[in-house]
Design a binder for this molecule. Structure first.
Ligand code: FAD
Ligand code: NAI
Length: 454
């Protein structure tokens, strides 16, 4: 009998198991594949490892504007993928060690929920073994959506149509790549392959890229990508995938784009089927497990965290949800707050944002004042980004004089955005932010500049 059974060993599941184990709860973690889940094995970490190589390659090729010339710079995709695999292996084994240290028992195999008895004990089967737990945390993650476009299934069988899983292991750089879906995965991979020499075409069905990002900032990112040679087709619908091309409709016309490879990055869906969730009567709506601010489902003692509840499909959201669920199990007061959830797109230039966008302010009827500044107000940005067109945009609540949203495009955005998140989370007044001392010279000082401009 376990105090807690955790189903799924991704960021949500392994952190929940670790925290539960550290608190002295008898904990079982069941993972059908590799510890670390999508994030470590085929998501966050592999993609960022690849993107770092592209950044180095880009610096090597374009160093002349900084007075540095490197001849014959080239990218060795085999070496890049090998290094990525090494990084992943190190991190995955680190998760295994963390489970041992927290005295978490790990079982490898598909966990299947058998049922829940009158005392609230949940039974989960792995192969022919059955385990019992007083609490169950469902952290089964998400999977890529593959729409039924003619030719996609056949392309996947041939290895020419890929999802995030296969593209991160591609042994060579294709001459042409069509990315279907200009969201986060699509943009990160478009940036990588365009830098490495592919001609990338992004086909997006909406009138903008980058999903929930502030539209004005998304348009700037698109412009930066177009300068690098990426082609975009917005408001476009892919109608079929053929041998070496993708056919799509745009503005009433049928068009074609060359595609040695095609990446399908049209979104991800929570994994809620195929493991007996229905045996518990857990409420699933629009494909997501419904949870409250503590991660509780409608079934007492059953929690759902991470991508499985579909609130925010981000590893750091999964981490925090894991802690909230375990604290709730331990009887500690805790709750999720999502108003300061940072998002980052690790493109070059990077995009980081937190809080409200102009669009969400308008939707909610929230009054806002906006300040935008070029990143070149930061001395460090100017020193390091010859010709860079980075931007900061702050949205401010004029009545309460507080930050509503911060949007960054430019180097270090991924690292700087945290500070804006802290300002929003702690409801700092603009006058309080003015009193913060920022290290100089840093690109982060741009927040201070923008606040004084406000
Ligand atoms: P997952 O990581 O999906 O893990 C779920 C685990 O459960 C899997 O290992 C699966 O094998 C296992 N499982 C499922 N069902 C069962 C079962 N019945 N029995 C046993 N095991 C089971 N997020 C960020 O915050 N930053 C990023 O930079 C970022 N980059 C990404 C890049 C890509 C290409 C992709 C695809 C995603 C990226 N994400 C990123 C999203 C991030 O990977 C997810 O938000 C995160 O992995 C969710 O964690 P999770 O624990 O909920 O689920
Ligand atoms: P996404 O939701 O970010 O983007 C999908 C895009 O595809 C949208 O713009 C959508 O309009 C478009 N689309 C949908 N159907 C289409 C069609 N038939 N034709 C053309 N376009 C279509 O999903 P994505 O990129 O697959 O990523 C999934 C999730 O993974 C993200 O939402 C994010 O939560 C997570 N992720 C996070 C990263 C990060 O934090 N840096 C990196 C990568 C993924």
């Amino acid at each position: 009998m376990y105090d807690v059974i955790v189903l799924g060993g991704g960021p949500g599941g392994y952190l929940a198991a670790e925290r539960a184990g550290q608190a002295g709860l008898a904990t079982l973690l069941i993972e059908k594949n590799k510890l670390g889940g999508v994030c470590l094995n085929e998501g966050c970490i592999p993609s960022k490892t690849l993107l770092n190589s592209a950044k180095i390659y880009d610096h090597a090729r374009n160093g002349a504007k900084y007075g540095v010339t490197a001849e014959n710079a080239r990218i060795d995709q085999t070496a890049v993928v090998a290094r990525k695999n090494k990084v992943v292996k190190t991190l995955v084994s680190g998760v295994g060690a963390a489970m041992k240290a927290a005295k978490v028992e790990v079982k490898t195999g598909l966990g299947e929920i058998v049922g829940r008895d009158a005392e609230g004990v949940v039974r989960v089967k792995v192969g022919d073994e059955t385990f019992e737990g007083r609490r169950l945390i469902v952290a089964t993650g998400s999977e890529a959506v593959v729409p039924p476009i003619p030719g996609v299934k056949e392309g996947m069988a041939k290895g020419t149509v890929l999802t995030n899983r296969e593209i991160l292991d591609l042994p060579t750089i294709p001459k042409t790549l069509v990315v279907v879906g200009g969201g986060v995965i699509g943009l990160e991979m478009a940036g990588y392959f365009q830098t490495c020499g592919s001609q990338v075409t992004v086909i997006e069905m909406l009138d903008h890229i980058a999903g929930a990002a502030d539209r004005e900032m998304a348009a700037l990112l698109q412009k930066a990508f177009e300068k690098q040679g990426v082609k975009f087709h917005l408001n476009a619908k892919v109608t079929s995938v053929g041998d070496g091309f993708v056919e799509f409709e745009e503005g009433g016309a049928t068009k074609r784009a060359d595609a040695e490879r095609v990446l399908m990055s049209v979104g991800r869906r929570p994994v809620t089927k195929g493991f007996g969730l229905e045996n518990l009567g857990v409420l699933v709506e629009r494909g997501r497990i419904v949870t409250d601010a503590q991660g509780r489902t409608n079934v007492p003692g059953v929690f759902a965290i991470g991508d499985a509840n579909g609130v925010w499909m981000l590893a750091h959201a999964a981490y925090r949800e894991a802690e909230v669920a375990v604290n709730t199990i331990l009887g500690k007061r805790d709750a999720m707050r999502y108003q300061a959830m940072p998002s980052v797109i690790y493109t070059n230039p990077e995009m980081g944002f937190v809080g409200e966008t102009e669009e969400t302010c308008k939707e909610k009827g929230v009054a806002y004042r906006k300040v935008t500044l070029p990143m070149s107000y930061s001395g460090r940005y100017l020193a390091e980004n010859e010709g860079g067109e980075g931007r900061i945009k702050l949205l401010i609540d004029p009545a309460r004089n507080r930050l509503l949203g911060c949007h960054l495009l430019g180097s270090y955005a991924s690292e700087i955005i945290l500070s804006a998140g802290v300002m929003i989370e702690s409801e700092m007044r603009i006058d309080d932010i003015k009193e913060i001392v920022f290290p100089h010279p840093t690109v982060g000082e741009i927040i201070r500049e923008a606040v004084f401009h406000a």
